[in-house]
Design a protein around this ligand. Sequence first.
Ligand SMILES: [Zn+2]
Length: 166
Amino acid sequence: MAKIKRTGIDSEYYERSLREYLAQKGLRCTQERVMLLRAATQCPTLFTLEDLQGQTEKMGPFAVTRPTYYNALNLYQKAGLVTSFRSRGQTVYQLTPTDMRIRCLTVCTRCNAAKAVKAKNVDEAVRHVSTRGFSVRTPIVYLYGLCLRCYQEELKQQQSSCKKEK
Ligand SMILES: [Zn+2]
């Protein structure tokens, strides 16, 4: 995944919220559950399970199985701490923003590179979307397409396949 530099992630907030959620649900606050969330706060803004695995391994020699990652990510989503979407057959995760500021992300459907973009007027437009009877918790606007590199690569591929046809 393309790396987006994180700014001002309050990892304590996520950890505290996780502990509260686990206590509320009567679930055990295991070391893995806390540790993987901590690793998630160190990941790029958008990350895959593999990114989280890589980040966790960087933090120390932990023996965490793939199902543990999967279960932890599901738990964080239930707790509202992580949001996910599908892109090109894989699940892409991100920490749920802690404020209600509207965010706009471009996502490349070829390489999954994601970039936070400034979106003049999007904020206002989204606020005008009729969401009556629906409580918005994660106001993120995703724009899918191709990044410059993938666009150029696709163009090259198209050109070379055209030549072959001749
Ligand atoms: Zn791309």
